[in-house]
Design a protein around this ligand. Structure first.
Ligand code: ADP
Ligand code: MG
Length: 295
């Protein structure tokens, strides 16, 4: 392997923009002609499917990890050059999975795609830590909020323990009047600053539309920042958004995502992404105890 192709998109705190980053980096690279897979490895609090209008009631990563399906069965085409592997959404399911199976999933996807993005759950449970070590590089995501930055330290430490490599940090939802500059935050954490994504209301609107931001509002500030980040991270020339009206239609049709094995395209409006995350923190505190006793 000559260069990094599998990235884990990770954070200590939930709701900071990991899924948004996963979906938009992946889509920007796919538009540039790279073959991309985005994978929801957030088994406990899956939400990637809603971002791209997939109905997660069908075969998911969960079925792959329980040995009931092949990775191909859980792989859905979103648009030209890009597929998604959604995760299950039930906590009961989550309890039964063996995250170890991820190893094989990642290695299979690595061989089939130019780039693989793993949308990693927040916190420090086993299923969160494993992808950090399986990826070639970890992209930390944080908002400039002190609590989020603080939790990023844990993710850096976990990456280290998992034998992974931190590529750097992406600061999302930045505002021009922020107290601390992105550069300073990265400096304090002693990691490279990979990029900044400004606060942009169309980010949330794109989730409700079930369409990646870089397609939904290709010329908006956050979409442009994601394109730049895609190039800076991978070296792939992503370029300007496709020519057009600059409105809500883009070059690819992620809005009508189709399934691999059937044609009943789903339009699921999973809008409750940020808010549902609090529940995950109970899991996290249990996991902290677990991790501490595991040493
Ligand atoms: P995570 O996957 O880390 O939980 P999400 O990607 O789901 O985070 O983002 C959390 C919420 O923040 C979503 O409602 C999303 O639309 C919103 N969001 C993400 N990035 C931005 C941005 N740059 N500007 C404004 N809102 C954003
Ligand atoms: Mg998420």
């Amino acid at each position: 392997m000559s260069h990094e192709t599998v990235y884990a998109i990770a954070s200590g705190k939930g709701g900071v923009g990991k899924t948004t980053t996963t979906v938009n980096l992946g889509t920007a690279l796919a538009e540039a002609g790279e073959r991309v897979a985005i994978v929801d490895t957030d088994l406990g609090m899956a939400n990637l499917a809603g971002f791209v209008s997939l109905n997660p009631d069908s075969t998911t990563l969960y079925d792959v990890l329980t040995g009931d399906a092949s990775i191909d069965d859980a792989t859905y085409r979103l648009a030209d050059n890009i597929v998604a592997v959604p995760s299950g959404t039930s906590l009961d399911d989550y309890a039964e999975t063996s995250p170890e199976g991820l190893r094989e999933v990642v290695s299979e996807l690595r061989s089939q795609f130019d780039y693989v993005f793993l949308d990693v759950g927040a916190g420090i449970s086993h299923e969160t830590v494993l992808p950090l070590g399986l990826a070639d590089a970890v992209v930390l995501v944080s908002t400039p909020e002190p609590a989020a930055v603080h939790d990023t330290r844990k993710t850096i430490e976990l990456t280290d323990r998992a034998g992974g490599e931190v590529a750097g940090i992406v600061l999302t939802r930045t505002r021009p009047d922020g107290d601390v500059s992105p550069e300073e935050i990265a400096d304090r954490l002693e990691v490279p600053l990979l990029g900044t994504i400004p606060e942009d209301p169309t980010a949330r609107e794109s989730v409700y539309a079930g369409t990646p931001l870089v397609v939904f509002e290709p010329r908006g500030p956050a979409a442009l920042a994601y394109r730049r980040l895609a190039t800076d991270l991978t070296g792939v020339e992503v370029g300007s958004p496709p020519a057009g009206d600059g409105g809500t239609s883009g070059g690819i049709e992620a809005r009508t995502a189709t399934r691999n094995q059937s044609s009943d395209a789903a339009t699921d409006e999973t809008g409750e992404n940020a808010d549902g995350l609090e529940a995950a923190h109970d899991d996290v505190s249990n996991a902290i105890t677990e991790a501490e006793t595991d040493g």
